[in-house]
Design a protein. Structure first.
Lengths: 269, 265
């Protein structure tokens, strides 16, 4: 009885105007239609997933038990991956400082410099890590140097965007105060900007380091060093138990790094 | 002038802390840079000019006859990202409620939900992609599942934060009027959170387009497949076209998505 009453009420006192409801329904219809279209285009078939469940489990079991003896082989590439990430993060942090200062309208008043730097950084951010790695490997040849360069460029775009947005939100009265007492641009930056953005800067740096550890997994597949290369070879040899062992080592390392980094970030900000 | 300034505070604890941070950082840097230095093959810098001359002009001279093929793969990437993100956006709703403090009474159960989302966020896409390619076979479907399962961790966390910030007075008022759980969900909670949910889902879509470019490395579909082939065949003209195509498509989608998100919130 009460349910019926409620239903009637919801019809009479609708929360939203009719037009808005129609609009929302229309948008949702498009979203859903496009969803089914993309499922169709990508050959996604969830029913097959259900019917083939035993086959899938069987295939998964070919990866188990992981070949634990393979783990010592995976340790050295893993260390290489972390080292690549550390070096690339350092380089991108160093380069991003001038780049983000030039892309912040609180520091640079010249419209042209500001817009140009912004556009370059925006374009840089659209290029995915795999493409950068491929291009650098093709330019320099196989090795970890192209990997480091690719990661540096990749994280530079992101880091500079985060940092420049932070610099744009700082309290500009402090900068004016330093300027009015005759401070030059470097003094303004050192005493006015740095103290205000340093905690966020450290936090972003750690965040980008986490991203770089993940991204350097990709590098190995295109011949730019790191743990991806041994995953690639073991996959090609169909040694799924070895692959599983590498994946487990990798997952443990990633979780470890992210936990430490998260702890540090929470203390900094 | 200098005499009237108070003496600078000397906090011994802080100095010890700063020094230990400095030492730890120095050790990490020496370790990393030395490792990289030893592993690097410096001979690749020999005859660099020749290599550059061979590749760069071709990279900036895209092979337009391949446009159709490249477009096909880029569109596939977009489809993978779209289908995956939508799966994640829907999957993230129950997980978001599970991980929201004000929706779950038992704190242990709530923390468990948060942990599930954290665990999902730490999973690199490529690991899941490998697992899916091995189990259900190569193809874009493996990519869709990968994106769907990796994206919901971040979305779930963001959703939970939105749900935690809603106005609980509306919920209480409806409870006091005798509304059941479903009615509270649809009339008190959803109107408050849906715009933000959609906005974050769109934001995640932008990320997923970039993420689904790497799926092709392990055979899970998308433009990555073509990148690998083009690089293996040293087809730099095609690689140049792919680069151009990705920049254009990603920029357009980012632009549109930012516009829509601004209107939503």
């Amino acid at each position: 009885m009460t349910e019926k009453n409620n239903q009637q009420h919801s019809n009479v006192y609708s929360l939203y105007p009719r037009k808005l409801k129609l609009q929302i329904s229309f948008v949702f219809l498009i979203v859903i239609l496009f969803y089914f279209y993309s499922l169709n285009e990508t050959g996604s078939d969830f029913l097959r997933l259900l019917f083939d469940f035993p086959v899938i489990i069987n295939k998964l079991m070919t990866m188990f038990p992981p070949n634990w003896d393979y783990i010592p082989v995976a340790i050295d590439p893993l260390i290489e991956t972390v080292q690549i990430a550390v070096v690339a993060t350092t380089f991108s942090i160093l380069i991003c400082i001038p780049a983000s200062l030039m892309a912040a309208n609180t520091i640079v008043t010249n419209k042209f410099v500001y817009q140009t730097t912004r556009s370059i950084l925006n374009i840089l951010r659209t290029i995915p890590d795999i493409l950068l790695a491929t291009i650098f490997v093709s330019l320099f040849g196989i090795g970890i140097i192209p990997g480091i360069l690719a990661l540096t460029i990749f994280s530079l775009g992101l880091l500079a965007k985060l940092l420049s947005e932070t610099i744009e939100t700082i309290d500009t009265r402090q900068l004016d105060a330093i300027r009015s007492t005759g401070g030059n641009i470097f003094q303004v930056i050192w005493y006015g900007v740095v103290p205000q953005v340093l905690p966020q800067f450290i936090s972003y740096g750690l965040y980008v380091f986490e991203l770089n550890v993940r991204a350097s997994l990709v590098l190995g597949f295109v011949g730019a060093g790191g743990i991806g290369s041994i995953i690639d070879t073991q996959l090609n040899f169909l040694k799924y138990q070895n692959v599983m062992a590498i994946l487990i080592v990798l997952l443990v390392a990633v979780i470890l790094i992210e936990t430490v980094s998260n702890m540090l970030r929470r203390r900094v900000v | 002038m200098a005499q009237i300034l108070p003496p600078k505070p000397h906090e011994k604890k802080k100095r010890v802390r700063n020094w230990s941070i400095f030492v730890i950082l120095a050790v990490i840097y020496v370790w990393a840079f030395k490792g990289v230095y030893d592993r690097s093959d410096w001979s690749i810098f020999n005859n660099l000019g020749e290599k550059f001359n061979r590749v760069i002009p071709k990279l900036f001279n895209p092979d337009w006859s391949q446009t159709e093929k490249v477009w096909e793969y880029i569109i596939e990437t977009v489809f993978i990202a779209y289908a995956g993100t939508l799966i994640a956006a829907i999957l993230a709703v129950p997980f978001g409620f599970w991980a929201a403090k004000n929706m779950v009474k038992s704190p242990i159960w709530n923390t468990l939900g948060k942990w599930v989302l954290i665990l999902d966020r730490t999973f690199p896409e490529l690991i899941l992609a490998i697992l899916f390619v091995i189990t259900i076979g190569p193809g874009p479907f493996a990519g869709v599942l990968t994106i769907g399962l990796t994206a919901f961790g971040m979305l779930g966390k963001l959703y939970a934060e939105i749900i935690e910030s809603i106005d609980m007075k509306v919920v209480e008022a409806m409870e006091a009027n005798g509304a059941n759980k479903m009615q509270i969900l649809f009339y008190a909670i959803f109107p408050q959170v849906l715009p933000e949910f959609l906005s974050f889902a769109l934001y995640r879509f932008e990320i997923d387009i970039r993420a689904s470019t790497i799926l092709g490395l392990v055979g899970a579909g998308g433009i990555g497949t073509l990148i690998v082939i083009a690089a293996a065949n040293r087809n730099w003209e095609q690689l140049g076209l792919i680069l151009l195509g990705i920049i254009v498509v990603v920029s357009v989608i980012d632009f549109a998505s930012t516009k829509i998100r601004k209107r939503l919130v």
